[in-house]
Ligand binder design. Sequence first.
Ligand SMILES: C[S@@+](CC[C@H](N)C(=O)[O-])C[C@H]1O[C@@H](n2cnc3c(N)ncnc32)[C@H](O)[C@@H]1O
Length: 376
Amino acid sequence: MIKTAAEFDFGGEDTSYLSHSLHPYPAKFPPQLPKRILQQYAVKGQIILDPFCGSGTTLVEARIYGVNAIGVDVNGLSTLLSKVKATSLSPLQFKTIGKFIENIQDEIFRWKLGQRPEIKIKEIEGSDHWFQKNVSEEITFLLNEIHKQKDKDIADFLKIVLSSIIVRVSNQDSDTRFAAVEKNIQNCFTLEQFCKKTTEYNSRMVEFSKIISDKTELNIYNADSRNLDFIADNSIDLIITSPPYANTYDYYLYHKFRKRWLDLDVKFAQYNEIGSRREYSSLKEKPEKWNDDLTKCFIEMHRVLKPDKLAFIVIGDSVINKKLIKIEKEISEFAPRIGFKVNKILSSDLSGHSRIFNPSYAQKGKKEHLITLQKG
Ligand SMILES: C[S@@+](CC[C@H](N)C(=O)[O-])C[C@H]1O[C@@H](n2cnc3c(N)ncnc32)[C@H](O)[C@@H]1O
């Protein structure tokens, strides 16, 4: 039984082992969090759900532990990333990836000798401002090569590699800063970065694939968790999840260019993401909307859980319209109405090195909570 918030202080631990280090994603779990919960509460053969799966941390740990996993996220990049990180590949598939990289390296060699081909740049909104012409050509070239791949798992892996370097080769200052800056990206740099990242991620996936049993199932849905009608009533053994912290991020915006290059839908996430900064800072929605949206998600979590089973929720307080929303109070109020027993709330002010989730969150009296609910 988990008793203290200190048990969730993972400061200093390696959070990037196996496939966890693939691709940037904001506000990820430390993998030790789902791992510890799985070790204490899950039994092999069971089905685990993360309805806000983000970069797939819970799903990766579920597969390592040997349980079946279902992930849901409104963001198409998130579901692609989760799928890639949690799907093992075979030695033959790794060989194909190796050959793919050899071909790109041959191209780089030829291009550097002056044989750079004419490339019709893929049109994406905003590319002239955010990408140099030579970079857009190289991204288009890589996408064309990836599209020739018949094996979907390999193509998805390569898309995630490409996606991971998009901000680095764009004019965007950094993943967290949306200003355009001049980077003067040299010819072939994008191709070289792609090869470098593929090699790095490939070795992570080799290690991950060695320890995954093919006997577990993984299902991932690009959907809005306010309606989980594709999951049967009373079918889930354990939920481990972290909904957005209201008014903190715009997940849909964070990966906008990556999604445009990969033809992933931007609007679905934009209009269905709950708790976004867009809703509460730009559109000035009322705090009640946050409570309503979260309640809808919890009703669905309650419906799909088997009787007596547990949901572990990591969630943070937020400030909406200058009002501090103490989220553990809100949840303690609405969860029993839905039929959940509130078993335990562990809170951390995240001061100093302590953290459950994200150390940068220690601001403005906000706290982060690990809430354990049990279906009554
Ligand atoms: C805190 S992040 C989860 C991070 C995850 N635990 C990880 O380790 O990567 C919250 C996630 O909720 C997703 N989200 C927001 N609104 C959603 C909705 N209506 N339905 C499903 N997912 C949603 C966001 O896209 C984001 O990926």
